[in-house]
Design a protein around this ligand. Structure first.
Ligand code: FES
Length: 152
């Protein structure tokens, strides 16, 4: 078993009711929930694999793909939508050669979307590694990712 999983599991008893905290800690350790980690969690908690998947997919906080070194969180909230975030997302996808929900093959970039990043007055905006990029235009996106290497 992965050393990181052994370490995470050592803080738990393996009870079914610990499933969500275990999923959270495994994701913190690995950056996402891999198929292997789900299987190990199922073994550890004696919960069927299908149930572990069921719980993990129910909550938006869990990821099943690794994030890129540069993680872009695109706001899909109303204010950003009205201010044209769809064009911003398209430009990001064009610049990076990946779609929303994907991670580039070299794991340099990943794109996800959320309902609102809490900076509505700065719409349209995205977060890049936790930093808000505000009042975006396609031109600003091109400038922001000018060093990005297209992979497609
Ligand atoms: S709607 Fe985009 S930050 Fe709230």
């Amino acid at each position: 078993m992965d050393k990181q999983l052994v370490e995470v599991f050592s803080a738990f008893d393996g009870k079914e009711e610990e499933l969500i905290p275990i999923l959270q800690k495994v994701q913190d350790a690995l950056g996402f929930l891999s198929d292997d980690s789900i299987m190990e969690i199922a073994r550890f908690t004696r919960v069927p694999v299908s149930s572990v998947f069921g719980v993990a997919t129910f909550y938006a906080q869990f990821r099943f793909k690794p994030r890129g070194d540069t993680h872009i969180l695109v706001c899909r909230g109303t204010a950003c939508h009205v201010k044209g975030v769809t064009r911003i997302l398209e430009e990001i996808e064009n610049q990076l050669g990946i779609k929303e929900g994907e991670t580039s093959i070299d794991r340099k970039y990943s794109i996800e979307s959320v309902a609102c990043i809490g900076a509505c007055s700065l719409a349209p905006c995205v977060m890049v590694n936790g930093k808000v990029e505000a009042n975006l235009t396609p031109q600003k996106i091109r400038k922001l990712f000018k060093t990005a290497v297209k992979i497609n």
